[in-house]
Design a protein around this ligand. Structure first.
Ligand SMILES: [Zn+2]
Length: 181
């Protein structure tokens, strides 16, 4: 459920069978998030919000509602760009170097640029669209090499190095950027 709040903007209410009391946190979009026990009524959830208003204001780093909306917009834009680019770029390199994967997923995790699962699904973060092309390509080549090596062994890095001679430098540069939006 979403509560429209004049001060905090959209407040995300999660009703969870595991929640014992009310707990406030900040979502990745900077919105207020409350988790409450499963059978909490909407009326009670709003009461919790009202009685904790001061504590929330003083303790939680929320984004103001305008910033929350700006972020949503930016994310939508990045997703659109990513959809039109990343799956094709991945396919291009896979063909070029003879890799086969099951599918390409687009993600927007805050911490990882990409991942490769044991069922050969490659996930690429839409935040890659903010990177210089050379680093974006490095991440793609890194994930492709994981199709053959599910670790960061010497053999893995040797394979990455065979497609990207400057991979060490690219790995280092990547640390200056964050995938979060
Ligand atoms: Zn890796």
């Amino acid at each position: 459920m979403i509560i429209q709040d004049d001060e905090f903007g959209e407040v995300i209410v999660r009703k969870s069978p595991l929640a014992r009391g009310v707990r406030f946190s900040v979502s990745t979009s900077g919105r207020l998030q409350m988790s409450v026990p499963k059978h909490t009524s909407d009326f009670l959830a709003k009461r919790f919000l009202k009685t904790n208003r001061k504590m929330i204001r003083e303790n939680l780093p929320l984004k103001d509602p305008n910033e929350q909306r700006a972020r949503d917009y930016q994310k939508k834009l990045l997703m659109k760009k990513a959809r039109e680019y990343l799956p094709y770029r991945l396919e291009y390199y896979a063909k070029l170097y003879g890799y086969s994967y099951t599918k390409c997923r687009l993600s927007h995790a805050n911490t990882r640029w990409g991942s490769c699962s044991s069922n050969k699904t490659i996930s690429l973060n839409i935040g890659l669209m903010k990177l210089p092309e050379i680093l974006r390509d490095y991440v793609i080549l890194h994930e492709l090499a994981h199709l053959n090596h599910m670790d960061h062994s010497k053999a893995f890095w040797a394979e990455v190095g065979s497609h990207d001679k400057n991979y060490k430098n690219h790995e280092k540069k990547l640390k200056h950027f964050s995938p979060g939006i």
